[in-house]
Design a binder for this molecule. Structure first.
Ligand SMILES: NC(=O)c1ccc[n+]([C@@H]2O[C@H](COP(=O)([O-])OP(=O)(O)OC[C@H]3O[C@@H](n4cnc5c(N)ncnc54)[C@H](OP(=O)(O)O)[C@@H]3O)[C@@H](O)[C@H]2O)c1
Ligand SMILES: *[C@@H]1O[C@H](CO)[C@@H](O)[C@H](O)[C@H]1NC(C)=O
Ligand SMILES: CC(=O)N[C@H]1CO[C@H](CO)[C@@H](O)[C@@H]1O
Length: 315
C-alpha cells in the first residue's frame, strides 16, 4: 500500500495520475486535508480516500495505517516553523504506524557538493530532510525541480495579461522542469519494488534538461515572443524590489515587506547557481526526453488565468 499526501495539489495530482497507470488503485490511499477537493472520477477509481491534516497527528495515524510507503508532499507555505512542524507530524505518524519508506518532495535549491542554500524557502526543506534522515526510516528525498507553473513567482510576480516590465533583485540560471515530468518521475520511484534499492536512503535532484537552463533574462524573449509584446527584465536593489511589489492592502501575504525580503533570498540563491544544476536522474527514471520550457510556457500562457502558483504561498 502506498499513501499519498497532497494529491489534490499541483504536484501531488500529477503523481497520482501517473501512479494509477503503474499500480492497481487498490494499492493506493490518499491522505487529504480536504477530501472533497478530489475529482469525482479519481475518487471513484478504486483508491482509498482518507482525511489527513498535517496539523492533526491523530488523523495522520489513521490515514497512514496499513501503508508501506508514504509520499510526503511538502506543505505549501513560506512559514518556516509551521512547515517543519507539519512535516515532522507526518514523519512521526508514519513511524508510529509502521510505514517502511518515506518519499519526501524537497526543492531544487543547492545540491551535490553545496547541498545547503541561502534561500529562505529552502530552509524548511533542509530541516525536514535532516529530520527524515535521522528518523531511522528508509527514505528517498526528491529535490523537485522548479516547475513551469511557478515561473511568475520568480519572474517578478509577472501578470501575463498586462505586465511588460519585470523587477527582480538578482538573476541566475534555473534548470526548469515540467510538473507532469516531475509527477511521472516521482510516481515511477514510488512504484519500484522493495527489492530495487537504488534510490533508498538517497537525495535525488529532479531538475530540468540542459535545454531548459534559462535565467530570467533568457526567459523574457521566450515570453515576449509567445505574448507578442515586449517583456523587459530589470535588476534592482532589494529595497526597490520590495517597494515595487509591496501591497499594503493586507489582502495577500506576498505583498508584505516580510514576505518580499524573505523571497528576495531566492534570487540571491539563483545568482549563486543553486537552481542551475542540470541532473540526468529524472530523464533516466522516465526513460524519455523531458519537456522543454518553451513547450511549457506556450501551454501555460495560452491557457486562462495565472496566479495559482503565487497564491499558494500566501497561506
Ligand atoms: N518545485 C517548484 O517549483 C514548486 C513551486 C511551487 C511550490 N512548490 C512546493 O511544492 C509543494 C507542492 O506544491 P503544489 O504545487 O502541489 O502545491 P498545492 O497545489 O498548493 O498543493 C498543496 C497540497 O497540500 C495540501 N495541504 C494543504 N494544507 C494541508 C494540511 N494542513 N494537511 C495536509 N495537506 C495539506 C493541499 O490540500 P488541500 O487542497 O486539501 O488544502 C494540496 O493537496 C509545496 O510545498 C509547494 O510550496 C514547489
Ligand atoms: C536505509 O535505511 C534504513 C533505516 O536506517 C535501513 O533499514 C535500510 O537497510 C537502508 N537501506 C539501504 C539500501 O541502505
Ligand atoms: C509542458 C508542460 O508541462 N506544460 C504545463 C505547464 O503549465 C500548464 C498550466 O498549469 C499546464 O497545463 C501544462 O501542462
Amino acid at each position: 500500500m502506498i499513501v499519498l499526501t497532497g494529491a489534490t495539489g499541483g504536484l501531488g495530482s500529477q503523481v497520482l495520475r501517473y501512479l494509477l497507470i503503474l499500480v492497481p488503485p487498490t494499492d493506493i490511499t490518499v491522505s487529504l486535508h480536504n477530501p472533497a477537493g478530489l475529482s469525482p472520477s479519481i475518487a471513484s477509481s478504486g483508491i482509498t480516500v482518507k482525511q489527513g491534516d498535517y496539523a492533526d497527528p491523530a488523523s495522520l495515524d489513521s490515514a497512514f495505517t496499513g501503508a508501506d510507503k508514504l509520499l510526503l508532499i511538502s506543505y505549501p507555505s513560506i512559514a518556516h516553523e509551521l512547515r517543519v512542524r507539519h512535516h515532522v507530524n507526518a514523519i512521526d505518524a508514519a513511524r508510529r504506524v509502521g510505514v517502511k519508506h518515506i518519499y519526501y518532495t524537497s526543492l531544487a535549491f543547492g545540491y551535490g557538493t553545496t547541498p545547503e542554500s541561502c534561500a529562505e524557502v529552502m530552509q524548511a526543506h533542509l530541516d525536514t530532510e535532516k529530520y527524515l534522515k535521522e528518523s531511522g526510516l528508509k527514505y528517498t528525498i526528491i529535490r523537485e525541480g522548479i516547475y513551469n507553473e511557478s515561473y511568475p513567482l520568480y519572474f517578478g510576480f509577472f501578470d501575463p495579461s498586462k505586465d511588460t516590465e519585470v523587477y527582480i533583485p538578482n538573476d541566475g540560471p534555473i534548470a526548469w522542469a515540467a510538473r507532469p515530468d516531475l509527477g511521472e518521475g516521482t510516481a515511477k520511484l514510488l512504484a519500484l519494488p522493495p527489492s530495487d534499492t537504488r534510490y533508498d536512503n538517497t537525495t535525488l535532484l529532479f531538475s530540468g534538461p540542459q535545454a531548459n537552463l534559462l535565467s530570467l533574462h533568457q526567459l523574457a524573449p521566450l515570453i515576449s515572443r509567445i505574448l507578442g509584446r515586449p517583456v523587459n527584465v530589470h535588476i534592482v536593489s532589494e529595497d526597490e524590489y520590495v517597494r515595487r511589489h509591496k501591497d499594503e492592502s493586507g489582502s495577500n501575504v506576498r505583498g508584505t515587506e516580510d514576505f518580499l525580503r524573505k523571497w528576495a533570498t531566492t534570487f540571491e540563491a539563483m545568482k549563486r547557481g543553486e537552481t542551475g544544476i542540470v541532473d540526468p536522474t529524472l530523464q533516466e527514471v522516465l526513460g524519455r526526453p523531458l519537456k522543454t520550457m518553451e513547450e511549457s510556457l506556450r501551454e501555460m500562457l495560452t491557457a486562462q488565468g495565472e496566479g495559482e502558483a503565487i497564491k499558494q504561498y500566501a497561506k
